[in-house]
Design a protein around this ligand. Structure first.
Ligand code: F6R
Length: 236
């Protein structure tokens, strides 16, 4: 594992976009595993800028996102599909049909999970997975649990996650209580993983996740077993 500390969020974003950009250059039909939340916004803006300048070509790239809230569809501006379209996909030349986000409105969420895992396999797995980390150690929406769940599955969000994510909603009551998330198998099978975190509030959980015990109570700790993880952290 490489743990890189940078001065500020701008540098974190630039480094992240350089790594993802290099992947796109090296393998123009690569599969990008993507995340939402506030951490990747700077990297997505930087990737859009590189595409605009003609430095990157996403026309052959495929993508799979980590997660989606249950019950929110593309028309809801808090859905992760909406977030991805607005913050990245509409700003680069990726084909929308090559982008995938779990469907949180599927009538059968178990089947949706199975189909999502089958889709990731059919794409040949993930070349590079971008992750953020929750204050409780979640990656995707794999919340602290007694076990690491392998498959894409539905989860009840932890109180701390609902609290943290309420900043994006009109009120805490509006935050969905459930989400569908990629499981640990697809994440751990990604060829390369980049986890980004910024702000002092993430320091403790990063220490637990990367230097503490490997336990499903700290879901990100499983990444200690992955052969190619880069953590990029900025305190400011
Ligand atoms: C989002 C996701 C989450 C976030 C995490 C950190 O797709 O998978 O695990 O990465 O909640 O969120 P931010 O970046 O907002 O601190």
């Amino acid at each position: 594992m490489k743990f890189i500390t940078v001065e500020n969020y701008e540098k974190l974003s630039k480094m992240t976009s350089d790594i993802i950009g290099a992947q796109v250059i090296l393998k123009p039909d690569c599969v990008l595993g993507l995340a939402t939340g506030s951490s990747p916004l700077g990297a997505y803006a930087s990737l859009a800028e590189k595409c605009e300048k003609g430095e990157l070509d996403f026309s052959g790239v495929r993508s799979v996102n980590l997660d989606e809230y249950v019950g929110l569809d593309i028309t809801n501006d808090q859905s992760y599909r909406y977030f991805m379209n607005k913050n990245l996909f509409e700003k680069i030349n990726i084909k929308l049909e090559n982008t995938h986000v779990p469907n949180g409105c599927a009538s059968d969420l178990k089947k949706e999970g199975e189909e999502y895992d089958a889709l990731i396999s059919a794409l040949g797995g993930i070349d590079i997975q971008l992750l953020g980390i929750g204050l409780d150690g979640h990656i995707g929406f794999n919340e602290p649990d007694d076990v690491f769940v392998k498959e894409t599955h539905t989860v009840k969000l932890d109180e701390s996650t609902i609290e943290a994510n309420s900043r994006f909603f009109a009120s805490k009551d509006d935050v969905p209580r459930e989400a569908i998330t990629m499981g640990m198998m697809s994440i751990m099978q990604a060829k390369k993983i980049v986890l980004i975190a910024n702000g002092k509030s993430k320091k403790d959980i990063l220490n637990k996740a990367f230097f503490g015990e490997i336990t499903p109570r700290v879901p990100a700790s499983i990444l200690q077993l992955h052969p190619d993880v880069t953590v990029i952290y900025s305190e400011n």
